[in-house]
Write a protein that binds this ligand. Structure first.
Ligand code: SAM
Length: 227
């Protein structure tokens, strides 16, 4: 049986962009967008204007507030953000312009389309924060964490790279932990319950997380290491 139903997420929007967002979408995005038609540089840091000590990847950045925060805190690190939701990409573009961020590249499509393009052991940290939980049983195969995506992540992540996952959906957390713990290339960095109940200080709150907490749900924060 296939590991995933293979469904890919095309670009989509929920409402029209403001004039400013539309202008940034047309002028700034083409400069930041990763073009998979061109071969990836062996040193991914070359995607950025100035040298970078590492490159991180955020999958499904939503409105991009976590990504923009990380980029601001770590100007010597390049961050690639993947998000097919056009309104989310537009919000991140506004933040990039507002803060003058120079260390972000965008893949505005399904992250899985980027995986084959990325060189082996090229990514030092991966964020998967509040990934779509697909709560219905018949949709569970659409969840992002599968043995197939874990194999792909294991290839592109360097040894000791971190994979950070957050979720407010118990069943998503359970299946993610089971999948990752059964995968030989990852181990859970778990130093007791306070570890996964509280968000580390270098991990800012996301928009979805605020909504989840407001609705009375309790997020779980998991960090794994690529061995
Ligand atoms: C529940 S939202 C969470 C957004 C954000 N991380 C946050 O915490 O606010 C999940 C996001 O993942 C994006 N997403 C879903 N599947 C994806 C994929 N295969 N590649 C990239 N992004 C994806 C969705 O478009 C959506 O914006």
């Amino acid at each position: 049986m296939a590991e995933t139903d293979g469904r890919l997420y095309g670009r989509h929007r929920s409402h029209s962009l403001s004039q400013r967002q539309q202008a940034l979408y047309e002028s700034l995005l083409p400069r930041l967008r990763i073009d998979c038609a061109k071969a990836a540089p062996n040193d991914l840091g070359k995607l950025f204007a100035s040298p970078k000590s590492d490159v991180w990847l955020e999958i499904g950045f939503g409105a991009g507030e976590h990504l923009a925060w990380q980029a601001q805190q770590q100007p010597d690190i390049g961050i690639i953000g993947c998000e097919p939701y056009i309104n989310g990409v537009a919000k991140l573009l506004s933040q990039i312009e507002l803060d003058g961020l120079q260390n972000i590249r965008i893949f505005d499509d399904d992250a899985r389309l980027l995986f084959d393009w990325l060189p082996d052991a090229s990514i030092g940290r991966v964020f998967l924060l509040f990934s779509d939980p697909w709560p219905k049983k018949r949709h569970r195969k659409r969840r992002f964490v599968t043995l197939v995506t874990l194999d792909q992540l294991a290839r592109i992540m360097r040894p000791d790279a971190q994979l950070r996952v957050a979720s407010d959906v118990g069943d998503f957390v359970r299946t993610t932990l089971l999948a990752i713990q059964s995968h030989d290339d990852f181990h859970w960095l778990n130093n007791g319950p306070s570890d996964w109940r509280s968000r580390p200080s270098d991990w800012p709150e996301t928009r979805y997380e605020q909504k989840a907490i407001g609705a009375g749900r309790t997020p779980v924060y998991l960090s794994f290491a690529r061995q």
